[in-house]
Design a protein around this ligand. Structure first.
Ligand SMILES: Nc1ncnc2c1ncn2[C@@H]1O[C@H](COP(=O)(O)OP(=O)(O)OP(=O)(O)O)[C@@H](O)[C@H]1O
Ligand SMILES: [Mg+2]
Length: 267
């Protein structure tokens, strides 16, 4: 894949929309496509990437890396499908988030892709993730309050000159009262690359410290993450037969957007 798309930041300026879950699902889906992936917790003051993956009590973390106490590779933990660079959950660290980009530079050589989780607040941490990312995916939910913050995140990313490759609409109930994909796309002027339904399976997978894509691999959400992962690396994901037939007959807007993304980057 193109080197410029190697580090992907997953951002939103609203809490609980599904950034960490999306980072894990994308990591797992990319790994299942044969890629070597590192997930990095860029939510320094309220980290949960490690917690979601059963990495509770680790000695060496990104906090130590940012303080230059250890080398970045010393804080990398190898899980079954991907590697993780977690943050310290406890401890009173005085760190410089803006060092993130420089501290990840060497690790880039060892991975096909690095996915960065981020803080929901507009602070130095979020700016550090933007700065360290080659491109961004913005996670939103289909409601006005979140869309407002999504627009803010997009504006800041544009000001910083970091390309946004697309939006993930998460926790969709598929109800008419929700904002539609078209509403969100027209307002944000950013293509929607995936729509993930609300599914209690996300909470169950969390209780099992698993990626939702592994916990519920045949679900619509898992397949959508796999399609997104595939297009990010220039591959085409082949869904189960019946779904493939329906999608071919009746492609959804996000299917078309992914195809456009594929053609613009890989053809
Ligand atoms: N599509 C979904 N359906 C149902 N629950 C979901 C979905 N996506 C995420 N969740 C749940 O929502 C909660 C918040 O998700 P997550 O921690 O990924 O959000 P976040 O944006 O990273 O939050 P924060 O801003 O606090 O870091 C978790 O309990 C997660 O399991
Ligand atoms: Mg999170």
């Amino acid at each position: 894949m193109e080197d410029k798309l190697k580090t992907i930041g997953v951002i939103s300026l609203k809490g609980g929309v599904g950034k960490t879950s999306s980072v894990i699902c994308l990591g797992s889906a990319l790994a299942s496509l044969g890629k070597k992936v590192l997930l990095v917790d860029g939510n320094f003051s309220a980290p949960n990437l490690g917690l979601y993956l059963d990495l509770f009590d680790v000695d060496k973390t990104l906090h130590h890396v940012l303080k230059r106490e250890i080398n970045p590779s010393e804080a990398v933990y190898n899980l079954d499908s991907f590697d993780v660079l977690p943050c310290s959950v406890f401890g009173n660290f005085n760190i410089s988030p803006m060092r993130l980009k420089e501290r990840l530079r060497h690790l880039k050589r060892s991975y096909d892709l690095i996915i960065l989780d981020s803080s929901p607040t507009l602070n130095e941490e979020t700016l550090a993730v933007m700065n360290a990312s080659d491109c961004l995916i913005v996670v939103t939910t289909p409601d006005h309050a979140t869309l407002g913050m999504t627009l803010k995140a997009i504006k800041i990313a544009k000001q910083k000159g970091v390309p946004i490759i697309g939006l993930i609409i998460n926790k969709s109930y598929k109800k008419r009262f929700e904002l539609s994909l078209d509403d969100i796309e027209k307002t944000s002027e950013v293509p929607v690359l995936a729509v993930i339904p609300y599914d209690i399976g996300f909470l169950k997978s969390l209780a099992d410290f698993k990626s939702y894509t592994d916990y519920s691999p045949r679900s619509e959400g898992a397949e959508e993450f796999k399609r997104l992962a595939a297009v990010l690396i220039g591959e085409k994901y082949k869904p189960v037969k019946l779904r493939r037939f329906f999608r071919w007959v009746n492609p959804r807007k996000q299917d078309i957007n992914r195809e456009i993304y594929y053609q613009s980057v890989f053809e």
